[in-house]
Design a protein around this ligand. Structure first.
Ligand code: PDD
Length: 282
């Protein structure tokens, strides 16, 4: 596939960075994954807003505007065949001349992007949807989970816990037993016809799929929607649970730690949510 690195388009396998790149040595960088279907990006504006905010929070100085990012995304879609593509965007603090923790001065950020295949856009059809099974565990990452940092070892270790148990994801809760997010997704539950998701704070990433889903539910359906704390106990007695992310959209969860969610089938509120998401995703 064709990638982008510091102003150049080139085959991914030919892209080279320095071993002194701070993204490599420290995980010192910010990233995004923007989904696209047939050459059309989903949530491009909010994805770029979030990346610019993340770069500002960690003081990486890259003055790119939306048009510059759009051009890279569009070139990558075209050069990679305009299929179902996740566009990965990555900015690290760049390659220093030594390994030293403090932010270096006068070092240009490394800008890298590539496209990878994702599943076709999900459709509102219970018989075609993939049912997800998840584990749960206490969140042992850091307290800056609102920053989309490339330092993902904490997330990777939590994802692996679910994977090793034969599940597709790991839902995380804090030391108070409050559900925050999953290792690479946001979490929603349905109880008595209401859709509930944890409020945004430093314990979770402000997901763009979460943002779009909340927006379309409020604009185009009568389904009550709440951003409020969810306890693990509530999650375990929910009628439906969903996990959301750019690469899977709204994924229905039918099993938590080996126990069925609701009656164990994909639910009707998921169907309604997926129907409206699909209509308004672009
Ligand atoms: N994961 N929470 C975490 C920890 C995530 O890593 C992600 C995204 C989300 C969902 O955010 P969004 O809807 O904007 O994709 C929530 C990406 C896709 C990844 O790391 O591959």
């Amino acid at each position: 596939s064709i990638a982008y690195l510091n102003g150049e388009y080139l085959p991914l396998e030919d892209a080279r960075i320095s071993p002194l790149d701070r993204g490599f040595l420290f995980g010192d960088g910010i990233y995004e994954v923007v989904p696209s279907y047939g050459g059309k990006l989903v949530g491009f504006g909010p994805h770029i807003d979030r990346m610019r905010e993340g770069l500002a929070l960690v003081e990486i100085d890259l003055p790119w505007d939306h048009d510059q990012w759009r051009q890279v995304c569009e070139q990558l879609m075209i050069k990679n065949g305009n299929g179902n593509l996740g566009i990965y965007l990555h900015v690290s603090r760049g390659a220093d001349t030594k390994r030293f923790h403090a932010y270096p001065e006068g070092v240009a950020p490394t800008v890298f992007a590539f496209a990878f295949d994702i599943a076709p856009a999900p459709v509102a059809d219970k018989s075609k949807a993939k049912a997800y099974k998840v584990s749960t565990t206490e969140d042992l990452r850091w307290r800056r989970c609102h920053i989309k940092s490339t330092a993902l070892l904490g997330n990777v270790m939590h994802y692996q816990q679910g994977h090793a148990a034969g599940n597709n994801e790991t839902i995380l809760y804090n030391s108070q037993g409050e559900v925050t997010e999953a290792s690479a997704c946001n979490v929603f539950m349905v109880k008595n016809g209401e859709v509930i998701t944890p409020p945004l704070d430093h314990q979770l990433l402000p997901g763009i799929t979460r943002l779009i889903l909340l927006d379309v539910l409020q604009k185009y359906t009568q389904i009550p929607v709440h951003e409020r704390t969810i306890t693990l106990e509530e999650l375990n007695s929910a009628d439906e649970v969903w996990i959301t992310s750019s690469s899977k959209e709204i994924a229905p969860v039918t099993s938590i730690d080996g126990k069925p969610v609701g009656n164990g089938d994909i639910g009707d509120v998921w169907l309604a949510a997926q129907t409206v998401f699909e209509k308004h995703r672009f």
